[in-house]
Design a protein around this ligand. Structure first.
Ligand code: 16G
Length: 245
């Protein structure tokens, strides 16, 4: 904490100077991921700033995801999420991907139900407006860290009761012989909107990867249309390339 005194910088609001000092302490490893921050009162005493100023600096850093607050136990430096490397040549499920890395996959449901299809769902899944779709929207977490938001749509013939999906969608599809064998995936850059950023616990506007996956059965029928948002700070997609003929 010795390095936490507000830095120089005439004209810069005090809370911003304190915020920068804390950011510097973080980037220089003076305080590390998982460390507890001293109490507001203690920081105020050591930096000779008011508690209001200290609170504002801390709240700013909480909002930007660098610090986290746990009720009753204080403020901590957010744990660092190691980047996840994801192969682009294998068709796997989130649960499988995480298990392979020794992590446990969890989902928090955003929505799970049967709906009339939207025009793009009709087009991609080859459905008419009289048919219905199953929508599964989930926040996907690994070891309690949110990594992605996935919004999957399947025809309701394929998944008449979305309630049967409690953990892995692909495991449920496997049981009914409808696990996809091929998929086309499009990845593009995006800046996270406020609501998605809040779910993923990153600052609004942070970098994200928007991924569209259309999955097929061996027969060529489209089985799944998924639109996902992955955190840009945790994912590396890796593809193996071979010399073109
Ligand atoms: C992957 C897929 C998603 C699929 C999910 C099933 C992307 C980019 N990829 O995350 O399309 O629905 O796996 O996972 O979204 P599960 O079997 O663990 O539910």
């Amino acid at each position: 904490l010795a390095g936490l005194r507000a830095g120089e910088g005439q004209g810069t609001p005090l809370y911003l100077r304190l915020r920068r000092s804390i950011e510097d302490a973080l980037s220089h490893g003076v305080i590390r991921p998982g460390d507890a921050l001293p109490s507001e009162r203690e920081i105020a005493a050591r930096t000779e700033m008011s508690r209001v100023t200290v609170r504002k600096a801390v709240q700013d850093l909480v909002a930007s995801g660098l610090l986290i607050q746990r009720h009753g136990s204080g403020t901590f430096v957010a744990p660092r999420v190691d980047r996840v490397e994801q192969s682009l040549s294998r068709l796997t499920s989130f649960t499988q991907d995480m298990a392979r890395r020794g992590m446990t996959a969890h989902s928090e449901w955003i929505d799970r139900g049967i709906y009339p299809p939207s025009p793009d769902e009709m087009m991609v899944l080859g459905l008419s407006s009289r048919e219905l779709v199953a929508r599964l929207s989930r926040l996907r977490l690994a070891n309690d860290t949110p990594l992605a938001i996935e919004r999957a749509t399947l025809s309701s013939d394929v998944l008449p009761d979305p309630g049967t999906v409690t953990s892995s969608l692909y495991t449920v599809l496997q049981r009914t012989g409808k696990r996809p064998v091929r998929a086309v995936q499009r990845i593009s850059a995006t800046n996270l909107e406020e609501a998605d950023a809040a779910l993923l616990r990153v600052p609004a506007g942070a970098a994200g990867l928007s991924i569209e996956r259309i999955s097929y059965l061996a027969s060529g029928r489209v089985i799944e249309f998924t639109r996902s948002i992955y955190r840009g700070d945790t994912y590396d997609f890796v593809a193996e390339l071979r010399l073109a003929e």
